[in-house]
Design a protein around this ligand. Structure first.
Ligand code: NAP
Length: 495
């Protein structure tokens, strides 16, 4: 494993791209300049230029020209595949640099970025690239005088708006299937974390992607994201972020051109432990990842740990021992499990939730405050509440920080009722030693992803997305994601 000093040396030599990437090159934007801040020390990493609304339209125009003249969608799937494979290779060649860049920009632990996020980004391109020359279209069973073909075609220009919690991963999970399907893409990363997305665009160009096919615009959600939502011609818009913004984009799509819209939004996921579970140590280990992975800045963070009353005391003891072993601090130090929260205002919001939890009657078992203030960074200790009840704010709202709460139930029916009592439905975790219970309860949980006896979001081959207000009309990953970036066409020929 590399050391903190090793990563610090890479950090010193990093160069940051600071302008939007449009039509194959970095072009200074005409909008207001903005700073990207390192969440671990509060210092400015670099100042970037943002776009104007008119420049978003220019980016769309460049993407549309690329679409219309078929420089990308007109390539044989095997040719697109080769370019996307080149890009995957380049991501791995730049693995250390990208991992460090992400850590500096997003406060995420270096080990997560190096071991998971960057390789997974490369694998996502490989998966989607590999799929495109395997899909088959259909000839339906028509009458003898007609030939009926059902074929898929790319949507056209696809907008993508991504959040700050997994900046590279979220850009790739959208760009890879959209590009593999033959679309042109205009992507807006969160202004809090633009750097790895800009580097991705540059690497895509180096990999052989034609100009105009993959564009990155910069600027705030309120102006640039809003302009994408209202764009009258983009055929698709894929978004990951908060439920409130997602719903607004849905309205804008309806008010403009009925663009195809795919929304991945918030969550409030339960972690249920049934009384038959013998290996509570394993359950507690998984609960740590479920609650604190990425500092809890995770749409599938399990911030409601629901334990059957008969095993609650035993589980709590084991869980708290594991929480005590967690280390929080400089995210460039591979020894730290948790880094910094994305920005000061977000940290303050999480701290307010902790205060609300106390006021509403939940008891703090550990954590509960900001630490390492002297660093200038946004660090909060892993926090565990006891006595959580469904009426409490912290049991209903998405906290998006390292805060979880323990609650009890007495029967399977009650567990399902509590778990489903939320406007969200992204993910649920279930621990049981009984196969029938696992199947029965998995069917009753109203969530797009249910993991049994582990905490997981699945892999690249499984669709990821949410029920209820966690998602709308779309899934990430797998061939389902690839297909959603294509229209279906029926061709009916008289013979
Ligand atoms: P957010 O505030 O909704 O922002 C997400 C993206 O939307 C950012 O690029 C943001 O731009 C942009 N945006 C903000 N306001 C906009 C507007 N009015 N019109 C168009 N775009 C706008 O969410 P976030 O705080 O970045 O991310 C956290 C949320 O994402 C959580 O709710 C989390 O659960 C969710 N999330 C869901 C998934 C999933 O797969 N379901 C995965 C990850 C995160 P700026 O930041 O530049 O303003």
């Amino acid at each position: 494993m590399n050391t903190k000093e090793y990563y610090q040396e890479i950090a010193k030599k990093l160069e940051f791209d600071t302008d939007p990437f449009i039509n194959g090159k970095f072009v200074k934007g005409g909008g207001p300049a903005f700073d990207s801040i390192n969440p671990a020390n509060g210092k400015v990493i670099a100042t970037l230029s943002s776009n104007t609304v008119e420049e978003v339209y220019e980016a769309e125009k460049a993407a549309r020209e690329a679409f219309d003249d078929k420089r990308w969608r007109g390539l044989a799937p095997a040719e697109r595949k080769e370019i996307l494979f080149n890009l995957a290779d380049l991501l791995m060649e730049h693995r250390e640099e990208l991992a460090v860049m992400e850590t500096l920009d997003a406060g995420k632990p270096i080990t997560d970025n190096y071991e998971d996020d960057v390789p997974e980004a490369a694998d996502t391109f490989r998966f989607q690239a590999e799929a495109i020359d395997k899909l088959e279209d259909a000839v339906t069973a028509g009458d003898p005088d007609h030939l009926s073909l059902v074929v898929r075609e790319p949507l056209g220009v696809v907008g993508a708006i991504t959040p700050w919690n997994f900046p590279l991963g979220e850009a790739v999970i959208k760009a890879a299937p959209a590009l593999a399907a033959g679309n042109s893409v205009v992507l807006k990363p969160s202004s809090l974390t633009p750097f790895t997305t800009l580097r991705l665009a540059k690497l895509a160009s180096e990999a052989g992607m034609p100009d105009g096919v993959f564009n990155v615009v910069l600027g705030s959600g309120d102006t640039i994201g809003d302009a994408m939502g209202k764009h009258p011609e983009m055929e698709g818009l894929t978004f990951t972020g908060s439920t409130d913004v997602g719903k607004k984009l849905l309205i804008q799509a309806g008010e403009t051109n009925a663009k195809r819209i795919f929304l991945e939004m918030g969550g409030k996921s339960p972690f249920i432990i049934m009384p038959d579970v013998k290996d509570l140590d394993h359950a507690a280990e998984e609960a740590i990842g479920a609650a604190y992975w990425n500092m809890g800045e995770n749409c599938t963070a399990n911030s409601r740990i629901m334990v059957h009353k008969d095993i609650k005391d035993k589980f709590t003891e084991v869980f708290l021992e594991k929480v005590a072993e967690m280390t929080t601090g400089d995210p460039l130090d591979p020894d730290n499990d948790m880094g910094a929260l994305i920005e000061k205002s977000h940290m303050e919001k999480v701290l307010r939730y902790i205060e609300t939890g106390k006021k509403e009657g939940a008891e703090i078992l550990c954590g509960g405050g900001q630490i390492l203030k002297e660093t200038g960074g946004n660090f909060i200790e892993p926090t565990v509440f006891d006595g959580l009840t469904q009426d409490m704010t912290i049991a209903r709202d998405e906290i998006f920080g390292p805060v979880t709460g323990l609650m009890t139930f007495e029967s399977e029916e009650e567990a399902i009722k509590i778990a489903n009592d939320t406007r969200y439905g992204l993910q649920a975790t279930l621990f049981t030693d009984d196969l029938s219970t696992a199947h029965r309860m998995s069917r009753e949980l109203r969530a797009g992803n249910v993991s049994v006896n582990c905490y997981s979001e699945g892999d690249l081959g499984t669709p990821f997305g949410g029920y209820k207000q966690s998602g709308f009309f779309g899934r990430e990953n797998s061939v389902w994601a690839l297909r959603q970036y294509m229209e279906l066409k029926t061709i009916w020929i008289e013979l």
